[in-house]
Design a protein around this ligand. Sequence first.
Ligand code: RTP
Ligand code: MG
Length: 141
Amino acid sequence: MATERTLSIIKPDAVAKNAIGEIIARFEKAGLKVVAAKMLHLSEEKAGGFYAEHKERPFFKDLVGFMTSGPVVVQVLQGEDAIAKNRELMGATNPKEAAPGTIRADFAETIDANAVHGSDSPASAEREVAYFFGADEIHSR
Ligand code: RTP
Ligand code: MG
């Protein structure tokens, strides 16, 4: 296993629920380190560009509407096998199918408002980290 970096987003529903701290605590307890973080209110352009791979999907407009509905917290998580580890902690995209004890099972109710995002591959992690953070904003420790 290699040390990896992955992009995590705490989505507007989880920020509105005051769950930022509880979610970040799960990452830290699992051995992932927060090496960059900021709170942002995404524009339509920034959210649409982030989810460009879903541009043709029927849920794209709702997804962008949701992601711009309130502030988010974006972070870079670093650790052994960080990409897969984060996806495991998050649980399935649809919270109704997410395993008990996962972030989506505990903090999300619907597939549209599902609490967190995590990069799904090394290639997307590299793109997504660079989409939000400059090299000088990432603090390897
Ligand atoms: P994410 O990108 O947000 O981490 O979620 P994911 O990999 O688990 O799921 P993905 O397939 O990349 O979808 C991105 C987001 O679009 C919304 N979605 N809605 N209504 C639907 O069928 C549907 N499918 C996906 C979800 O909010 C998902 O997180
Ligand atoms: Mg995805």
